[in-house]
Design a binder for this molecule. Structure first.
Ligand code: GLC
Length: 745
C-alpha cells in the first residue's frame, strides 16, 4: 500500500509528533589529566579528550560501552603527552602546540581554537537510552563536503543523511539517504573558518545539517560517541590528517587503472571469449573482464560451473598471456549445502556469524539459504583470505566483492539480524553496532589474502565500506541507472568519496540498470576516461553495452576514448601513487585546489584529475555547448592546445565525439602511445610541457606497477626560460625513453 498515495495518510503521522526525551550534559564536575587523556566528569557521563601531533583532537564519551578502542579499520595514532591542562572557575583549557581546547564547565560546551582563532564549536551533547546527540554550529551559507557516497550535489550543507550500508536497488535519488558506503567524515567550511570531523561509529548515524537553523546535529543509534576534529589550515591538510587516521588509499596495480569490461553476466566461457575476441579484433584496449555470479556452480563462492565454465583455467591463462585479467565476483553468502567444502569447513571451524545463543545466522542471497563469515574477527578474516587460493592458483589477481553490506534478501531491513553477536577478537558486539564495518572486513580479508597468496599488489573492488576501506579496495558506486541524472550524479558522488579518503572509485559506466542509449554510453565513456576507476558494467535483462553494441559511430568514438585512457595512463597512475602517499584524491572538485575562490565552492559538474587536468563533461542529451569555469591561471585546451586566461567562465563547444578538457599552465602531462592493455604499454613517453609564463617544476612517478613496496622513480621536469631539463630521482631504473614537447611552440 505504501507505494500509493496511502503513504501520506495523515493518521500515519500521528506518532511522529512524540518528542524524544534527551538528557543533556549540563555541567562538568571535575576535570583531570592522566597521561595522555584529559577526563571530564559530568552530570551524565565521563568524556575523554586526547590530542595528536597531527593537529587532531579526539573526544570520546563514555555513554554506552566505554573504552578508548577505535574501530579496527583505523590506524593506531599515539596521543601526545605534551598537553597542559589549566583550570579556572568557569572553564578549563587543554593546550597543545598552537591548539587550545576550551571546556566550558556550566553550561557545558567545547570550543577549539588554533592560534587563538575559533575553529570548532561543540554546542551540546545529549543522550537517551541508546542514542547520542551531538550539536554543532552551522550556518545555512556554509559548505560541507565529504560524507562519502551520497546522492545529490557537492555541498552537503542543508541536507540530512543517514549512514547505514544498504543494498539499494531502487533508482538512487535524493530520497535514498543510505547507500552502500558509510564514511562519517566531512569538512565544514564557513566564510572565515574550516575544520574536519570524523565520527568513529559503525552503527546507524544521522548527519542532520538541515532540520535546525544554525545548528548541525549528529545522531548515533548505538555505540559510543567518539569523534575527531582535524585542524588543518586547508582542506588538503585536513584530508591528510584524516587519512593519517583512517589510512592512505591503497596503491592499485597499474592494470586496475586500465579499461575494464563487465556484465551481469557473461554466462559461459564462449560468451566470455567472444567478448575478449571483439576487443582484440576491433583493437579496443581492455585490461580486465569480469565474471559475475553466473560463473559459479549454483552461486557457490569459490566454484566454477562445470558445464558453462568448463575450461576456464585455460581461458584465464590465454587471456593473461595477452595481457587481460579475469576478475571474478565473490559475495559473502556461503551456500548451506552438505558436501560443499567451503560451507563445511567454515562450520567445522566456527567461522559463521551467530546469535547470542550460538545459533548460526542464516539468510537468503543468490545461492538460497546462506551463512556469513564473521569478518569482524581477525582469524576468520585470515581464513577467508586463504580461501582465495582457489582463484590465485588459476592466476587470478583481482576480486570483486559485492553484496557485502551485507545484503540479505529475506533479512529484516534486507540485512543481517541486528542481534547477531560478532566476535571482535574476543569482544562480543552486536551487529547493530558494527553493521557498517562488515563490508570493510570482507574486503580487508580479501586484500590481505590475495597479497599473501600472490605476493604482489592485489586489486579488490567493493560495493560496501566504512572509513578505511581505501586501504584495501577500489569502490564502485553500486547499481546506478542508465539515466542522464545518474551520469551527472557520478561527479559529485565520486568527488565526495575522494574528499572522504576514497581516491580509487568510479560508477558503472553506461549505467547498470535500464537500457542505455548510444549518446549516453558515449558521454559516460568520455567521463570514465578521466575517472580513477573505469569499468563498463550492466545488468542482466537489459541491452548489452560493450563499446561495439551501438553501431559503428559509438564504437569508433568510445574506442578513441578508451585509447585516450591509455595515452594518459602514466599520468593517472602517477596521481594514484601520489594519492597513496598523501591521501589527497586523484579526482578533485575545484574547491580542493581553489578553496579561496568562492566560485569554485559549489561547482559539481567539473572536476580535476590531480592538479592539472580539468574535465568539464557534457551531461545532458543533445547538448553541444557548455559553460566551463577556468580558475585563475593559464589553461590550455587539451585537444587543440588553445590557450586561455583563467578566472573566467567560457562557453565551449563539444560535439558528440568531444569532451572539454583543459590543462593547467605550469604543469606537465606524460603521454604514451595507446596500447591494447597496460602489459603492452610502450617504453616511450612524450612529456607535454604547458608553460605558464613563469618557471616551474613538475614531476610524475613511475615504478613497475605491480610489486608491493616497489622502488619508484620521480621524473622531474624543470621549465626555466625556454629551457627544459629532466632529472630522475629514486631507485627505480625505469628504462623509459623520454621526449619533450613544449605546448605553444
Ligand atoms: C548486484 C551488483 C551488481 C551485480 C549483481 C549480480 O546487483 O551491484 O553489480 O551485477 O548484483 O551479481
Amino acid at each position: 500500500m505504501n507505494n500509493s498515495s496511502y503513504a501520506v495518510k495523515p493518521e500515519l503521522f500521528n506518532d511522529q509528533k512524540e518528542q524524544i526525551k534527551l538528557t543533556f550534559i549540563e555541567e562538568v564536575k571535575d576535570i583531570t589529566k592522566e597521561d595522555t587523556v584529559v577526563r571530564l566528569k559530568t552530570n551524565v557521563d565521563d568524556i575523554c579528550i586526547m590530542c595528536f601531533e597531527q593537529e587532531t583532537i579526539r573526544i570520546t564519551s563514555s555513554h554506552q560501552a566505554f573504552d578508548l578502542d577505535g574501530s579496527f579499520s583505523l590506524e593506531p595514532l599515539q596521543p601526545t603527552e605534551h598537553v597542559t591542562l589549566v583550570s579556572e572557575q568557569d572553564y578549563s583549557e587543554i593546550r597543545f602546540n598552537a591548539i587550545t581546547v576550551k571546556v566550558n564547565h556550566k553550561p557545558f560546551g567545547i570550543s577549539i581554537y588554533k592560534q587563538e582563532k575559533l575553529r570548532f564549536v561543540q554546542k551540546a551533547v545529549a543522550f537517551n537510552d541508546t542514542q547520542s546527540y551531538l550539536f554543532l554550529d552551522r550556518d545555512r551559507d556554509d559548505f560541507i563536503y565529504g560524507l562519502g557516497e551520497k546522492t545529490g550535489f557537492l555541498n552537503k550543507n542543508n541536507e540530512k543523511t543517514t549512514m547505514w550500508n544498504r543494498d539499494v536497488f531502487e533508482p538512487h535519488t535524493r530520497t535514498n539517504k543510505e547507500l552502500y558506503q558509510s564514511i562519517n567524515v566531512f569538512t565544514h567550511m564557513t566564510k572565515e573558518n574550516k575544520y574536519g570531523f570524523f565520527l568513529d561509529n559503525a552503527s546507524k548515524v544521522t548527519f542532520d545539517f538541515d532540520s535546525n537553523v544554525n545548528e548541525g546535529v549528529i545522531i548515533t543509534d548505538s555505540g559510543k560517541l567518539d569523534y575527531y576534529v582535524f585542524l588543518g589550515d586547508t582542506q588538503k591538510d585536513i584530508l591528510r590528517q584524516y587519512t593519517d587516521l583512517s589510512g592512505k588509499p591503497y596503491l592499485p596495480p597499474l592494470w586496475a587503472l586500465g579499461y575494464h569490461q563487465s556484465r551481469h553476466s557473461y554466462e559461459s566461457v564462449d560468451v566470455l571469449l567472444d567478448v575478449f575476441n571483439n576487443f582484440k579484433s576491433k583493437k579496443i584496449p581492455v585490461d580486465a573482464i569480469y565474471l559475475d555470479i553466473l560463473y559459479m556452480e549454483r552461486y557457490k563462492v569459490f566454484s566454477f560451473n562445470k558445464e558453462t565454465y568448463k575450461g576456464i583455467e585455460n581461458v584465464i591463462k590465454k587471456l593473461k598471456d595477452e595481457g587481460v585479467k579475469i576478475v571474478p565476483i565473490v559475495d559473502p553468502g556461503v551456500k548451506i549445502e552438505e558436501g560443499y567444502d567451503v560451507y563445511e569447513e567454515g562450520l567445522r571451524n566456527n567461522r559463521y556469524c551467530k546469535y547470542k545463543d550460538g545459533t548460526v545466522f542464516t539468510g537468503e542471497v543468490w545461492p538460497g539459504d546462506s551463512v556469513f563469515y564473521d569478518f569482524m574477527n581477525s582469524d576468520i578474516r585470515k581464513a577467508w583470505g586463504k580461501n582465495h587460493k582457489f582463484y590465485t592458483d588459476l592466476g587470478i589477481e583481482g576480486i570483486w566483492n559485492d553484496m557485502n553490506e551485507p545484503s540479505v534478501f529475506n533479512g529484516e531491513g534486507n540485512t543481517m539480524s541486528l542481534d547477531v553477536l560478532h566476535d571482535m577478537d574476543g569482544k562480543k558486539i552486536v551487529h547493530q553496532e558494527l553493521h557498517n564495518l562488515y563490508g570493510l572486513g570482507m574486503s580487508m580479508a580479501t586484500y590481505e589474502g590475495l597479497k599473501d597468496l600472490n605476493g604482489n599488489r592485489p586489486f579488490v573492488l567493493t560495493r560496501a565500506g566504512y572509513s578505511g576501506i581505501q586501504k584495501y579496495a577500489t569502490v564502485w558506486t553500486g547499481d546506478n541507472r542508465s539515466s542522464w541524472e545518474h551520469l551527472e550524479m557520478t561527479l559529485p558522488m565520486c568527488l565526495n568519496l575522494g574528499l572522504s579518503g576514497i581516491s580509487n572509485c568510479g560508477p558503472d559506466i553506461g549505467g547498470f540498470m535500464d537500457d542505455t542509449t548510444e549518446e549516453l554510453l558515449i558521454r559516460w565513456t568520455q567521463i570514465g576516461t578521466f575517472l580513477p576507476f573505469f569499468r563498463n558494467h550492466s545488468s542482466i535483462g537489459i541491452k548489452r553495452q560493450e563499446p561495439w553494441m551501438f553501431g559503428e559511430r559509438a564504437e569508433y568514438i568510445t574506442k578513441e576514448y578508451i585509447r585516450l585512457r591509455y595515452k594518459i595512463i602514466r599520468y593517472i597512475y602517477s596521481e594514484a601513487f601520489k594519492s597513496h602517499k598523501t591521501g589527497l584524491p586523484i579526482m578533485r572538485p575545484l574547491v580542493l585546489e581553489y578553496e579561496n575562490d568562492p566560485i569554485a565552492h559549489g561547482i559539481h559538474d567539473q572536476f580535476l584529475v590531480g592538479e592539472t587536468l580539468l574535465v568539464a563533461p557534457i551531461l545532458r542529451p543533445d547538448e553541444k555547448y557548455r559553460k566551463v569555469y577556468l580558475p585563475e591561471g593559464i589553461w590550455y585546451d587539451f585537444f587543440t592546445n588553445k590557450r586561455y586566461e583563467g578566472g573566467q567562465f567560457i562557453i565551449v563547444k563539444a560535439e558528440l565525439d568531444e569532451i572539454p578538457v583543459f590543462v593547467k599552465g605550469g604543469s606537465i602531462i606524460p603521454m604514451s602511445e595507446w596500447s591494447m592493455n597496460t602489459d603492452q604499454l610502450q617504453d616511450f613517453i612524450k612529456i607535454h610541457v604547458y608553460p605558464s609564463g613563469a618557471s616551474f617544476t613538475d614531476s610524475f612517478i613511475v615504478d613497475d606497477g605491480i610489486s608491493l613496496d616497489a622502488p619508484h622513480a620521480e621524473i622531474k621536469v624543470q621549465f626555466e626560460g625556454d629551457e627544459v631539463t629532466i632529472k630522475t630521482v629514486g631507485t627505480y631504473d625505469h628504462g623509459l625513453t623520454l621526449d619533450i614537447k613544449v605546448i605553444g611552440d
